[in-house]
Design a protein around this ligand. Structure first.
Ligand code: CIR
Length: 254
C-alpha cells in the first residue's frame, strides 16, 4: 500500500517564492479545487491520501515534496534552500516519524526534494539555487549504507531537477534537454518534451500510470505513443507558484 502525503493550500499562497516567473494572482478557490482533484487522482491510482492542514505562515507549504526524500528503509528530512520554507519540514518530520527512521540534513547543506530524482537505488540531486554539494554528501552518508548510489546533476534554466526530468516508466525518463543534459542520466529511454512545452517534464509515476498536467498536449501525445497510461489534472494555479505535479505529494510505501 502507498500513502500520499499532501497538505492543504496556504491562505497566503500568493506570497509564494518565485524565481523564474513573474507574479500572477493565484485564484485560491480554484487552487484548492484543483488540489482536491489532484488528491482524487492519487486515490484513483491506488494511494491512500493523508492530507495535512494548511499552514498560514508557510505560503509554499503545499509543496510537501520539497521537505523529504522517503525510501523504503528511511526518510531524509531536507533543509529547504529558501529561508521562507525552512519551517515546513517540522510537520512533515512529525508525520513520517512513525513510519521511517529519520535523518536530517544539517547546515551548510541545503536541498529541496524537487531536486532529488530517485529511480530504484539510484539517486540524482540537482545542483541548483536551492540545493548544494554538502547536502549531496550528507545524503550519500545517510543512504549509501542502504545501498543507494547518490549522484549529482547540473541544471540550467529551471528551478529544480524534477522541473527538467522525471521518471515515467520503469526504464524511461521524460526530459527537457535544454535544462538538463541526458548524458547525466545514463541507461534510460529518454522521451523529450515537445520544444514548445518546456515545463512539461514533470509527472508523478504511481505503479504504471502517471498523473500529468492537462497543459502539455503535445508532450502528452509523445507519452501516449509510448503506451504510457495517464491520469490528467489541471495544475494551472500551482504552476503560477512554479509548482507542478510531483511537488504536491510525498509517496511512501507502507
Ligand atoms: C518555491 O519556489 O519554492 C515554490 N514556489 C515552488 C516549489 C515547487 N516545488 C517543486 O517543484 N518540488
Amino acid at each position: 500500500m502507498k500513502i500520499a502525503l499532501t497538505r492543504e493550500i496556504s491562505p497566503n499562497f500568493n506570497q509564494c517564492e518565485l524565481t523564474h516567473l513573474d507574479r500572477q494572482p493565484i485564484d485560491l478557490a480554484l487552487a484548492r479545487q484543483q488540489h482536491h482533484e489532484y488528491e482524487d487522482a492519487l486515490s484513483a491510482v491506488g494511494c491512500i491520501v493523508c492530507r495535512l492542514p494548511a499552514e498560514a505562515g508557510l505560503p509554499d507549504s503545499v509543496f510537501v515534496e520539497d521537505c523529504a526524500l522517503v525510501v523504503d528503509e528511511a526518510a531524509v528530512i531536507t533543509r529547504p534552500g529558501a529561508d521562507s520554507r525552512r519551517a515546513e519540514v517540522e510537520a512533515i518530520a512529525r508525520v513520517l516519524a512513525p513510519y521511517r527512521k529519520l535523518y536530517f540534513v544539517q547546515p551548510p547543506g541545503v536541498v529541496d526534494g524537487g531536486d532529488i530524482l530517485r529511480v530504484e537505488r539510484r539517486i540524482w540531486i540537482g545542483l541548483s539555487t536551492r540545493s548544494n554539494q554538502p547536502a549531496c554528501d550528507q545524503m550519500r552518508d545517510f543512504l549509501g549504507p542502504y545501498g543507494y548510489e547518490v549522484n549529482t546533476a547540473r541544471l540550467a534554466g529551471c528551478l529544480h531537477l524534477k522541473s527538467a526530468v522525471t521518471q515515467v516508466a520503469p526504464d524511461a525518463l521524460l526530459l527537457n534537454p535544454a535544462w538538463v543534459d541526458p548524458a547525466a542520466l545514463p541507461g534510460f529511454d529518454i522521451i523529450e518534451v515537445h520544444p514548445a512545452e518546456p515545463s512539461a517534464a514533470n509527472a508523478v509515476l504511481v505503479g504504471e500510470t502517471i498523473i500529468y498536467p492537462k497543459a502539455y498536449p503535445r508532450t502528452l501525445e509523445r507519452l501516449q505513443a509510448r503506451g504510457i497510461q495517464t491520469v490528467l489534472v489541471d495544475a494551472s494555479e500551482v504552476a503560477k507558484a512554479e509548482g507542478a505535479v510531483t511537488c504536491c505529494s510525498l509517496l511512501l510505501n507502507i
